[in-house]
Design a binder for this molecule. Structure first.
Ligand code: HEM
Length: 344
């Protein structure tokens, strides 16, 4: 479809409120960019998401889960969001970027605050643009203390820009990339973890199967992303008239693609409204599609898998405290802000 990407959800992943706010965004905010600039910027970042980089994070993510969950054994309950969803993605991105553990919560809170909207409200430029100075400090520190984390690699990266010049990234561009990753990977993955807690509590028979057979967990993550996608929709401006089915969508229109609806399309999935960890051939749209397909998909999948394994190792059953559970008031990333559960 001939549609220029303007906004999706979160600061990078943001919906119609961001389109309505009509914002200027810094170069490097790749989810808002079009070719020819977008593939150049994406190539720079995608080198940092190689299978080797992502796999190297697994033991550290697992170690963090173990440290977070062990003290909760015997405590009678925990919160899937406060204890896991709000913690694990932040640690994973912190590890990837080289943000020290002591600073990670501050960074997450900054990003989350920028995503909060009053129901029906429109975002302001100030609200959308997370204060990237917070990341500037890390970038400057890494410029002085290079290692093999993403920030150091971005500082070293050389690429051919849209003018054909081989160059490295400016400091501001590095800050933008870092801000993009921190925004894109935190809340989305946190919501996936919340949905895992809720959906498996609603399907105790399938949860029991997972306790007995962890090899079912990766497909369960795919089914969760189909059934309860954390980013349920995305938006585009249409850059030239385009035919879709029998209609012409005129240039300049704003379109919203409801990924969550496509994920439950009965023409694609048998019993689409049923959660089924054994469902074959899941090709959900939870990570989008096309040139902006989620760059962090392997990391998100890894985090979801490790969290579920470690939760099920300790807590084969749990019950959601539905009185206390609360959905998050974010503009676009749908899921639980608080999901307290009781454990036997
Ligand atoms: C369950 C967790 C996640 C979900 C559901 C998710 C979903 C998505 C979706 C739907 C898009 C496409 C948006 C569009 O086309 O408008 C996207 C793009 C993106 N995601 Fe994710 N994401 C997740 C986790 C992550 C993580 C962990 C990272 C990185 C640390 C990340 C980084 C990105 C980036 C950089 C893009 C933009 C890619 C581009 O424009 O070329 N995401 N994500």
């Amino acid at each position: 479809m001939a549609a220029r990407l303007v906004a999706s959800f979160t600061r990078q992943h943001s919906p119609a409120v961001r389109i309505r706010a009509d914002l200027e965004l810094p170069s490097g905010t790749l989810i808002f960019e079009d070719p020819p600039v977008h593939p150049i910027h994406r190539r720079v970042l995608s080198k940092l998401f190689t299978p080797r980089h992502v796999a190297a994070l697994e033991p550290k993510i697992r170690d963090f889960c173990v440290r977070a969950l062990d003290p909760l054994v015997g405590s009678g309950g925990f919160d899937f969001v406060a204890d896991l969803g709000a913690q694990v993605p932040m640690r994973a991105i912190g590890l990837l970027l080289g943000i020290p553990e002591s600073e990670q919560e501050g960074v997450r809170d900054l990003v989350d605050a920028a995503l909060r909207t009053e129901s029906g409200g429109t975002m302001t430029q100030e609200q959308v643009l997370v204060d990237s100075d917070a990341f500037g400090e890390y970038v400057d520190w890494h410029a002085r203390n290079p290692s093999d984390d993403i920030i150091s690699q971005l500082i070293r990266a050389e690429f051919v820009d849209e003018t054909g010049t081989t160059r490295s990234l400016t400091r501001d561009e590095v800050v933008t990339y870092v801000t993009v990753l921190a925004g894109a990977g935190n809340e989305t993955t946190g919501r996936l973890i919340g949905w895992a807690g809720k959906t498996l509590a609603d399907h105790p028979d399938q949860r029991r199967e997972l306790v007995e057979d962890h090899s079912l967990i990766p497909n369960t993550i795919e089914e969760l992303l189909r059934f309860e996608p954390p980013g349920p929709f995305m938006c585009r401006y249409v850059t030239s008239d385009v035919e879709v089915l029998d209609a012409t969508i005129p240039e300049g229109s704003v379109m919203m693609a409801i990924l969550a609806a496509a994920n439950r399309d009965e023409r694609r999935y048998r019993d689409a409204e049923r959660f089924d960890i054994h469902r074959p051939d899941i090709q959900h749209l939870g990570f989008g599609g096309g040139i902006h397909y989620c760059l962090g998909n392997a990391l998100a999948r890894l985090e979801g898998t490790v969290v579920l394994e470690e939760v099920l190792n300790r807590f084969p059953t749990w019950q959601v405290d539905t009185e206390a559970a609360r959905l998050a008031p974010t503009s676009s990333v749908r899921g639980w802000e608080s999901l307290p559960v009781t454990t036997p």
